[in-house]
Structures are given as structure tokens and as C-alpha cells.
Design a protein around this ligand. Structure first.
Ligand code: FAD
Length: 475
């Protein structure tokens, strides 16, 4: 695709002096993503610093049918933020102001380019918590988190991004601005429009700001790493922990033996604190904003673990004695993907399942993988408490990396077909992007696809907003 020089000049003018880049070397960081799977191209990166400039850019692009790709922190894992065919890239990184902080409303209004970890700090300064938490929080941005409906490690208690928003401001594909920044917890006035844009991956408009929900800060935290005999025991442990702790259980992550081996072998400073050889680990965390005199979390976690041990759901374990020990336990979980890189190629799946079916799913999936690629090593880990597994498969050690990676589609098909059989989802938290559009056609019903196409056509009739993401064919 070629965009006329006259249009490029107009867009540069709208964006202003510091608002654009067209030097190929300077544009390069915007054109590759974390997994290095997608390499994009664009004649122009625009960096607007206000919603009005975003609106002006989009209005101009709409008039000339110029496609655009919005980008936040570029940490997405499905290729949605990379322009494949010379589209204009709109980076929201300069739209990064905090517009309003309201302790009494438990709310904060922020622009789309704010980095997630900065929002944590801002909320913390108010004595409050913004709970979305993921390993990319130092680079991902609120607009990207909204557009992917990001999940992470606290969904069990607080929900995903969709549950953490009160209002949105969006530049629509014709350049109009929808001012939906309400701070209301109750508002039954027709369709909930904000939910359309959350998880839309930039295909329906550009989010420029959001009013986020905040929560009392959980000053008390207890983190434990325990070993369990198998995933069925882990599922039972989750039920037990919920029963005993009520809403205090805020994270529940599963790690297989092979994952623990990888992370302790390859990641400096990562050490398994439990001696002995166990097949499965669970990292669980309970949190509370109540004072210790009102709720003794330490006793609560000890109670969960002693009851679980009596029922042989837990075999061994450690409870972190302080924040440093807690962080060391979390490092084991957060470094799993990185550690896998040292074991050659890895074919990834971000799936969700009804939690009760996970043990059977894992047995069946393991059998299918062994049959498809003998020696391939499944490393299923992640947010068991949400039914969300990162079912990653490391290559057989002796196999050529590229030969293994060439099987990506075949393995995806096997795992995603099985996920469908178990009534699960082939994309739990990373979205569709450009990576999983084929899966959309295979696994979504014709009725769902028709509805999505209709929504897209009404809002974006000329298909200028991130074309090729989520929906490929529009007829
Ligand atoms: C190490 C690592 C760990 C991760 N862990 C998790 C995890 O636990 N849970 C999870 O859910 N994700 C995780 N991710 C994926 C990623 O961090 C999230 O998808 C994140 O929400 C993306 O935010 P971003 O700002 O980087 O968005 P980008 O990657 O820039 O964009 C993502 C999509 O949103 C669109 N977009 C971006 N900004 C806007 C906007 N303002 N308006 C409209 N559309 C926009 C883009 O076009 C693209 O389609 C992880 C990624 C990495 C690298």
C-alpha cells in the first residue's frame, strides 16, 4: 500500500513538530513485537499528544481511506500493534497524563498512554490499589490493556480489565470523539458502549482515556508455594482455599515440574525453596486490606495448608516470611516464559477451560502432543484460579528449532480442537490480533461472526481501523 506524499505531509502537520517520526531507524522499535514473530512497515509513526490531535488524524485518514494501526506499549503477544502493509502507526505514548484522582469515588481518570506500573504508583500514592498486574506492566499501557482486555495474576479476585473500568473516551473511526468518561457504578441507560471498545484491539476506534476503578490497598499479603500430587489436587485445593478464605484468595497459579526445572536452570537468582522432587507446584496468595488485629492472614493461610495436607492435597510447601521472599516466589512464576527460550523453540497456547475439566484436559492434551511430536515437552502453567493455562510446548531437545516451529499451526489445531471439545476458549487473555484470525473462523459460531462483522461495518465502514485484526473477511 502506498500513501500519497500529500496525505503524509498533512498528517505530519497535524501531529506537530515532536509528533511524528519517519526515519527508518527511529521507527524500527515500533515495528517489531516481543516474540519477534511480526515485522511491520509504515511510512510514518505519529505520536499525538491530545485527544483532539488523535481525532484530527483519524478524521483525515477516514476522508482519504488511509488505514491506521494504534499502538500502546507494543507488548501484545498476537501481532495486533504491528502494521503489516504500510499502514500509518499511531502511538499513544505521549498521551500520558493523569487527568483526575478521586479517593472518594475510588476512581482515577488517565490517558491511554499511561504505563501500567505508573498507574500502580499513582493509586498507591492515594493509599489505593489498581489491581491489574502482569509481567509486562513496566511497558504496557492502559489503552493497550483496555484494547486487549488484559488479565494477569489478580483476575481471580478483581476480574480482568473489562471489570476495572467505569468510563471511556474514544476517537471513533470517522474522527468523532465519544465522551464516555463517567465515574458511575450504576448506569442502566441502554447498551453499555464502553464494553464494545474493550477487547476490540483497536478495530473499532482509538481509546484516548479511561476512568479506572480503584480498591482499598491490601496491606496484608501472604504468599505460599506448595507442591501438589497432580492438577486434580490443585483444583481441590483451590475450592478449599476459597471456602476457608472467602474473597481473600487473590492469586492461584500452577507450575509443572518441568517449568520449575527450566526456571531454576536458566534464570539467575531463581531457586526452588522446596527440597525433594515433586510433579506440580501451586503459587497462592491471600491479601486483605483489613488490619492484622481484624484478620490474621498468616493464620488463615496456615489453616488452608494444614487442612490441605491432612487431605493429602498438599505434600510440602513454604510460606514467604517477608516481601523479599514473596517476590522471590513470584519470580519463579514470572520467569517461566523467559526460561523456556533457553530450551529452544516453544509453541504457545493461551487457553481457558472450565476449571473442573483442567485435570482431564491435561491428560488428554499430553497424549495428543506425544503422538504428534514424540519428545515434545508440554509446559502448562499459569492462572489456574481463572481456568487460564499457558499451554506452551517446548521442542524435543534434539530436534531442529525451525522444523519444530514449522509445526506451530498443526499443534495449535490439535490443542484448540481439544479446547473446543472441553467448551473452553482458544484465547483467554492475549486476544486475537493477526495471529488467531484463522481460529476465529474455525471456532466462533457463524452467528457470532456475523454479529461481529455487522458491528465492525457500522462503526468502521471503510475498514481503516486496524484492518486484518480479529476479523479478516468482512462479508
Ligand atoms: C512478558 C509478558 C507478559 C505478559 N503477560 C500477560 C498477562 O499475564 N496477561 C495478559 O492479559 N497479557 C499479558 N501480556 C500481553 C500484553 O502485555 C497485554 O496484551 C497488554 O495489555 C498489551 O498492552 P500494550 O500497551 O503493550 O498494547 P499493544 O501491544 O501496543 O497493543 C495491543 C492491541 O491493542 C491495540 N491498542 C493499543 N492501544 C490502543 C488504544 N489506545 N486504542 C485502541 N487500540 C489500542 C493495538 O492496536 C493492538 O491491537 C504479556 C506480554 C509480555 C511481553
Amino acid at each position: 500500500m502506498t500513501i500519497a506524499a500529500v496525505h503524509l505531509a498533512k498528517l505530519r502537520k497535524i501531529a506537530g513538530d515532536r509528533g511524528w517520526i519517519d526515519d527508518p531507524a527511529d521507527m524500527q522499535p515500533f515495528l517489531i513485537e516481543p516474540r519477534d514473530k511480526y515485522h511491520g512497515r509504515t511510512p510514518l509513526v505519529l505520536l499525538p499528544d491530545s485527544r483532539e490531535v488523535v481525532a484530527d488524524i483519524v478524521r483525515t485518514c477516514a476522508r482519504h481511506k488511509i488505514p491506521v494501526v494504534p499502538q500502546g506499549g507494543n507488548s501484545g503477544l498476537v501481532g495486533g500493534s504491528i502494521p503489516p502493509a504500510g499502514e500509518i502507526l499511531i502511538s499513544l505514548k505521549r498521551l500520558n497524563r493523569v487527568r483526575e484522582k478521586r479517593i472518594d469515588n475510588l476512581a482515577m481518570t488517565v490517558e491511554a498512554g499511561c504505563i501500567l506500573s505508573d498507574i500502580h504508583d499513582q493509586a498507591r500514592d492515594m493509599g489505593l490499589l489498581f489491581p491489574l498486574s502482569l509481567a509486562a506492566e513496566g511497558s504496557c499501557m492502559i489503552g493497550g490493556n483496555l484494547s486487549t482486555n488484559a488479565g494477569g495474576v489478580n483476575v481471580l479476585h478483581y476480574g480482568a480489565m473489562r471489570d476495572l473500568v467505569l468510563g471511556l473516551e474514544v476517537v471513533l473511526p470517522n474522527g468523532d470523539i465519544w465522551h464516555g468518561l463517567k465515574g458511575l457504578r450504576k448506569d442502566n441507560t441502554g447498551y453499555d458502549l464502553k464494553q464494545l471498545f474493550i477487547g476490540a484491539e483497536g478495530t473499532l476506534g482509538i481509546i484516548t482515556a479511561a476512568t479506572l476503578k480503584l480498591f482499598p490497598f491490601p496491606h496484608e499479603k501472604q504468599t505460599a508455594l506448595v507442591t501438589v500430587p497432580d492438577p486434580a489436587a490443585a483444583v481441590e485445593l483451590l475450592s478449599l482455599a476459597r471456602k476457608i478464605s472467602g474473597s481473600c484468595i487473590t492469586a492461584f497459579e500452577i507450575i509443572p515440574r518441568i517449568g520449575m526445572d527450566f526456571v531454576t536452570r536458566h534464570m539467575p537468582g531463581c531457586r526452588d525453596p522446596i527440597t525433594g522432587f515433586y510433579d506440580w507446584y501451586v503459587l497462592l496468595e491471600c491479601s486483605s486490606s483489613l488490619d492484622r488485629e481484624l484478620l490474621d492472614l498468616e493464620k488463615l493461610v496456615e489453616r488452608i495448608l494444614s487442612e490441605a495436607m491432612a487431605r493429602e492435597l498438599v505434600l510440602d510447601g513454604v510460606i514467604a516470611k517477608n516481601q523479599a521472599e514473596s517476590l522471590a516466589l513470584w519470580r519463579l512464576r514470572e520467569n517461566l516464559s523467559e526460561a523456556q527460550k533457553h530450551e529452544g523453540g516453544s509453541i504457545k497456547h493461551d487457553i481457558s477451560l472450565p476449571i473442573s475439566t483442567i485435570p482431564d484436559f491435561l491428560i488428554e492434551a499430553g497424549g495428543l502432543v506425544a503422538k504428534a511430536i514424540p519428545g515434545a515437552r508440554p509446559v502448562p502453567f499459569g492462572h489456574l484460579g481463572d481456568g487460564n493455562l499457558h499451554y506452551n510446548i517446548s521442542q524435543p531437545p534434539e530436534m531442529d528449532k525451525q522444523v519444530f516451529l514449522d509445526k506451530w499451526q498443526d499443534l495449535n489445531r490439535i490443542i484448540h480442537d481439544l479446547v473446543k471439545k472441553y467448551n473452553g476458549s482458544f484465547s483467554a487473555e492475549h486476544g486475537i490480533g493477526r495471529l488467531k484470525t484463522g481460529d476465529m473462523l474455525r471456532y466462533k459460531s457463524p452467528v457470532e461472526m456475523a454479529l461481529m462483522r455487522q458491528i465492525k461495518s457500522i462503526l468502521d465502514p471503510d475498514n481503516i481501523m486496524n484492518p486484518g485484526v480479529i476479523i479478516t473477511d468482512r462479508t
